[in-house]
Design a protein around this ligand. Structure first.
Ligand code: ACO
Ligand code: PYR
Length: 529
């Protein structure tokens, strides 16, 4: 199949997503990352829209790109203006990008109701806008907004808009499913008509995800001969998003054998996806196909037992091809094979026929029934398996703790204070500490008591603390589950506690976290549990 060029619009259409915002320097860093990954075109923004986007185009000129070409995006000229006096078109040229992309109206409803002009005038606008840009634009693309909806409403008119774009000098006609409501069958049928009408003209696709079909529609367009696919990393974009390039690129390379990015770059897919989310401060979707944390996570005991024997039984590709990894989750859906596999991951030799494996399995099932969850608390799980194997070490013993929360008046912030007594070896340590809230006070007091014996605890920090009220009892009498995530310079790990008492649940998770830190340091492990 013919090579498909990937046109990334994360920096433009991506930023039209709710809660997805990028600074100018984020945009530059993402553009460089996309270039490194092997993307062909990077749409940097709309220079006629705002100073940040104009700043982007000024600054990006100072960087050398390996193969990516930067595109500036904008609309055809305003109906009441001519191309020469249209500020938007002028800004597009001032951006001095190797690629200019403009969108125009294909749908009669849009021409009349959104643009407030006549069908005839819109045809002129399209042709004249492109013709004005043509002499100065090295590469000129035309995004036919709402093309599929427009075609269904008035096929001849929609095709006439493309004629005008070709007359104006467009080098690629990018057909857009702007409202994201079309089905792959419609994309195929309409692409077939356009292909016949414009033989030899490169076609592209720009699909939105409102019917959850943007990826399928983009791939259908490629099957019909599209040579350019527009989309965004992680599928961010206006409303429900744009076609997700992570899935499109992986599917083109691994399922359709269509060359798009260099094969060796595919292993950077997950890293690139994460990099962009990190800069936008958006939490990753763990269920995202190919690149999500759960994309190759196996939970059902039957699945794990089979994947152990042959990964192909429950994996559609080798996760390493896209830079992801296989994970085995322990839960009340596990079997002995899961425990054996998990123990192996922790460097513990435990056969699935060993009675300890069954003992651990039953204990986990009982604990999960009580509200524990080990998927995000693998450090607690590792300690539990060690204990069952008789190889756990007790680093300290609690003699007792007391936590006091005092609010002296309505206007005062509450003050939390914890006192704790622990025994380490033969020595008893008695300390007190204040904190921002009772859990923090308890954490501070415990560390203060232990740091004298275990100075490495100073480099450990809690990075996340989550409380979840478990169903079953009413209101404040409910059981709660506390999940704590901790880290040190070498890794991070999760621990869990469950109780009717939020402090007790926090204490359990806290103790596991401290014990795990000392255990992993002793074993020379990096964490990541
Ligand atoms: C399908 C897409 O995703 S297209 C990209 C959408 N992205 C954005 O809108 C983000 C950037 N947009 C902006 O910064 C602003 O909307 C601007 C600068 C472009 C325009 O701002 P304003 O001039 O204040 O207009 P406003 O946003 O209120 O309305 C849009 C204008 O664009 C016009 N317009 C819309 N599409 C087109 C088009 N294809 N060609 C020419 N004009 C168009 C509308 O008719 C309207 O002008 P009017 O009010 O004079 O009739
Ligand atoms: C051009 C564009 O962003 C769209 O039609 O969705």
């Amino acid at each position: 199949m013919q090579e498909v060029k990937i046109y990334d619009t994360t920096l433009r259409d991506g930023t039209q997503a709710e809660d997805f915002n990028l600074s100018l320097s984020d945009k530059i860093r993402i553009a460089l990352k996309l270039d490194e990954f092997g993307i062909h075109y990077i749409e940097g923004g709309w220079p006629g829209s705002n100073p940040k986007d104009r700043g982007f185009f000024e600054e990006i000129r100072n960087y050398q790109f390996k193969q990516a070409q930067i595109a500036a995006f904008g609309a055809t000229h305003h109906p009441m203006k001519t191309p020469v006096n249209d500020a938007n078109l002028k800004e597009l040229l001032k951006a001095q990008t190797p690629v200019v992309t403009i969108f125009g109206k294909s749908w009669t409803v849009h021409v009349k109701d959104a643009l407030h002009t006549t069908l005839e005038r819109n045809l002129e606008i399209i042709r004249d806008s492109l013709a004005y840009l043509r002499p100065q634009a090295k590469t000129l693309f035309y995004d036919a907004e709402h093309f599929f909806d427009g075609f269904r409403a008035d096929r001849d008119y929609a095709l006439a808009t493309l004629e005008k774009a070709v007359e104006g000098g467009a080098e690629c006609l990018v057909l857009c499913d702007t409202n994201g409501g079309n089905l792959p069958g419609a994309i195929r049928e309409i692409m077939a008509v356009v292909k016949e009408r414009f033989p030899g003209m490169p076609l592209g696709i720009h699909a939105h995800n409102d019917a959850d079909l943007a990826v399928a529609n983009s791939l259908a367009a490629v099957e019909m001969g599209a040579v350019q696919v527009q989309g965004t990393f992680n599928g961010v974009g206006e409303r429900c998003g744009n076609a997700n390039l992570c899935s499109i690129i992986a599917n083109l390379c691994l399922k359709m054998n269509v060359p798009c990015v260099p094969p060796e770059k595919l292993q950077k897919l997950r890293e690139t996806s994460r990099f962009i989310l990190e800069l936008a401060n958006v939490p990753p979707n763990r269920y995202q196909p190919y690149v999500g944390r759960s994309a190759f996570a196996h939970k059902g005991g039957v699945h794990i037992s089979a994947v152990e024997r042959n990964p192909r039984t429950y994996e559609h590709i080798d996760p390493s091809l896209v830079g992801n990894r296989r994970r085995f989750l322990v839960s009340d859906l596990s079997g002995r094979a899961t425990i054996k596999r998990k123990a192996e991951e922790f460097g513990i030799n435990l056969s699935s026929s060993d009675p300890v494996a069954l003992e651990v399995l039953n204990e986990i099932k009982q604990m999960e029934h009580e509200g524990f969850q080990f998927e995000a608390a693998e450090a607690s799980l590792e300690l539990l398996i060690n204990k069952a194997m008789g190889s756990s070490k007790r680093y300290f013993e609690l003699i007792g703790f007391r936590v006091v929360d005092q609010k002296l008046s309505e206007d005062d912030e509450p003050v939390s204070e914890a006192t704790i007594r622990v025994r380490v070896g033969g020595q008893v340590e008695h300390t007190a500490a204040l904190g921002l809230g009772p859990v923090n006070a308890l954490d501070n007091a415990l560390r203060k008591a232990l740091e004298k014996f275990y100075p490495e605890l100073r480099e450990m920090e809690l990075s996340d603390y989550k409380v979840r009220v478990l169903p079953g009892r009413d209101g404040t009498a409910s059981r709660v589950r506390v999940l704590i995530e901790s880290h040190d310079p070498r890794g991070h790990w999760g621990t869990v506690g469950v109780s009717h008492d939020i402090l007790e649940a926090s204490w359990q998770a806290l103790v596991d976290s401290v014990n795990y830190k000392m255990y992993k340091d002793e074993k020379g492990l990096n964490g990541e549990s």
